[in-house]
Design a protein around this ligand. Structure first.
Ligand code: UDP
Ligand code: MG
Length: 340
């Protein structure tokens, strides 16, 4: 069982900004510039140095790695974990949390400018003031209206299905206190749904509303297929209700088939007729086909739901690591640069 450390947080605990990166070569310079600007704007509040930046290069195929190398050389106070291949956004976030030094506040942001750094600083401030988890809540979003609608529907479905209160419209944009980081990294799931796990750990949490802008440049790495996968992970890891629904549907179909079966049996046995038509003379082909198709469709659907859960149990049982760090850039152990 993970045990929480209870040491009080220093008011200006150092900050590590975690940026998961997948093909973001055009955005990284601007992102780092904006982070530094957001934190410098408040330097009078005794934050004496820029935050440490930890990139997680999630198998980028563009020049992201070269850009990161350059940033590390020029700016300092930065490092990068390079994955051996693309393991996915959620794995990248978990890796960054796992590598964060123990006494750091961790701020997770998308590397494409959609999580504004000045709001990120606000989240960090909440942590400094004693909250454990401060997450951004999207007041509105830009981009594809169909995707926006899908997100909207997904968050509401998840909250209906899950027994846990998972905040609506909150993504991975979030700041964690050191003890919240410790809790998060103690959870060893093969397919982590980070924003759900974050709600699961509890502690003191607060949502901060913000307007989500469009990405600086480039294209999203989340295709419809990957979004659906993430949604399935979210629902399946946080709810057993689809299984229960399958059971209820199964029960209902069984009841209906009993009724229908009984009815046809009576019609046959007593030679009753419907609208002058004697049952014994009706081949019943259409009914048979309809009933068969309907019920076998239902059965397939239920098997599918069970299969989804079973597949995940299988993955957990294999116990493979969530990611592989092939190499690292820069010094990973941040030097203590922030006055405490
Ligand atoms: N990302 C990642 N691995 C992936 C996909 C995305 O590390 O396999 C990063 C990406 O570089 C960005 C963040 O996760 O920093 C969010 O991704 P994206 O902007 O593509 O998603 P969207 O904002 O469209 O949901
Ligand atoms: Mg994005």
């Amino acid at each position: 069982m993970p045990v929480l450390t209870t040491t009080p947080l220093p008011v200006r605990a150092p900050v590590l900004v975690l940026l998961p990166v997948h093909n973001e070569e055009t955005n990284l310079d601007r992102m780092v510039h904006d982070i530094d600007a957001a934190f410098a704007a408040v330097s009078h509040q005794s934050v004496s140095a820029p935050p440490f930046i930890l990139f997680v290069d999630d198998g980028s195929r563009d020049c992201s790695r070269a850009v990161i190398e350059q940033i590390i050389q020029q700016r300092g106070q930065a490092a990068c974990l390079c994955f051996s291949r693309n393991f996915g956004h959620q794995a990248a976030v978990m890796a960054g949390l796992a590598y964060a030094p123990a006494d750091y506040v961790v701020l997770i942001m998308d590397a494409d400018g959609q999580d504004p750094p000045y709001v990120g600083f606000e989240l960090v401030e909440r942590i400094w003031h004693g909250v454990d988890v401060a997450y951004g809540v999207r007041r509105n979003r830009q981009g594809n209206p169909l995707k926006r609608l899908a997100y909207w529907a997904f968050y509401r479905t998840l909250s209906q299905l899950s027994n846990l209160t998972i905040p609506l419209d909150a993504g991975d944009f979030c700041a964690y206190s050191p003890r919240a980081v410790q809790m998060m990294t103690s959870l060893k799931e093969q397919r982590p749904y980070v924003r759900g796990l974050r709600a699961w750990i509890g502690l003191r949490q607060v949502g901060v509303p913000y307007d989500r802008p469009d990405r600086y440049a480039g294209a999203t790495s989340y295709s419809w297929k990957r979004l659906m996968q993430l949604a399935a992970d979210g629902i399946i890891s946080f709810s057993l209700k689809p299984l229960r629904l399958a059971m209820i549907l199964g029960l209902l179909t069984f009841l209906v088939s009993c009724l229908l079966g009984g009815m046809y049996l009576m019609l046959y046995l007593f030679d009753w007729n419907i609208a002058g038509q004697r049952m014994r003379e009706v081949p019943g082909f259409t009914t048979l086909i309809l009933v068969m198709l309907g019920f076998s469709g239902l059965q397939m659907m239920m098997l599918g739901i069970i299969g989804e859960y079973l597949g995940r149990v299988f993955e957990e049982a294999k116990g493979r690591p969530l990611f592989i760090v092939a190499d690292t850039l820069g010094r990973l152990e941040p030097t203590s640069v922030i006055d405490r």
